[in-house]
Design a protein around this ligand. Structure first.
Ligand SMILES: [Fe+2]
Ligand SMILES: [Fe+2]
Length: 243
């Protein structure tokens, strides 16, 4: 059977993928995880494609990025643990049955199989863009309203994030994740969950020939260009540490 050009529209219309995404989202809901359904995969699909397009990758690479983003979390239909690896295996089987070109499938499964920080590293441009898109999706819209628990750090951090967006500067080769959070949570809470994910984003940006900056509430917290001047003590403050 001749190989076919598989488009994002075909993947989005595919009921097999749709059911696996729904199942993955339901499984994660039972386990207490934030939203991983059509909203999340839709965001990751579009954002992966946007990163690649902005960095001037060709149209087909951009579309493969969008496809990888749509199906990157289907492994959660099996188990949260190693879901990148199981998801890549599921994707290989399903995409083969759609007669996608195997060299294109290889790029997609490499991206899916490497999107988690436990065992992933950027291995191709689609993989690098997918990592950044996926890890940038922290926002209050991901909190499940029915089960919101302020004691849970993931719920608290996501609920605190009122606004988040990614900026790509292809001239300065910079990818910046901008986050605004309110005082339900804190940068410290965010970093407790996201430290290893942000480190993976730094590697992913480097793979794309860029630097990655994380800005929370107006402060770049992972890359200081210059040391800020020491803040002056206010009238009620006294330095108590000894030399
Ligand atoms: Fe994932
Ligand atoms: Fe994800």
């Amino acid at each position: 059977m001749a190989r076919k050009i598989i488009t994002l529209d075909m993947i989005r219309a595919n009921t097999e993928f749709r059911k696996l995404i729904d199942c993955a989202n339901t499984n994660l809901e039972y386990m207490g995880y934030t939203e991983h359904g059509l909203r999340h995969v839709g965001y990751v699909s579009k954002t992966t494609a946007n990163i690649l397009a902005e960095l001037d990758y060709n149209e087909r690479t951009v579309e493969l990025g969008a496809i990888a983003g749509w199906i990157h979390d289907i492994g959660n239909s099996i188990n949260r643990k190693h879901h990148g690896l199981t998801g890549a295996t599921l994707a290989y089987d399903a995409l083969s049955r759609m007669h996608m070109d195997v060299s294109e499938i290889a790029l997609i499964i490499g991206a899916i199989g490497n999107h988690e920080e436990e065992n992933g590293l950027p291995v191709n441009p689609i993989s690098a863009a997918l990592i950044i898109a996926d890890k940038s999706d922290a926002h209050r819209s991901r909190v499940r309203k029915k089960t919101y628990n302020a004691e849970d750090i993931h719920d608290r951090v996501n609920m605190a994030i009122k606004k988040n967006y990614l900026v790509v500067d292809k001239v300065k080769r910079k990818i910046r994740l901008v986050i605004f959070m309110d005082d339900i949570s804190s940068t410290m809470d965010y970093m407790q969950i996201y430290l290893t994910r942000i480190m993976l984003c730094e590697k992913a940006a480097e793979f794309l020939g860029c630097v990655f900056e994380l800005m929370i509430n107006g402060m770049i917290i992972n890359r200081q260009k210059k040391i800020a001047a020491e803040p002056a003590l206010s009238a009620s403050e006294k330095e108590v540490s000894e030399e």
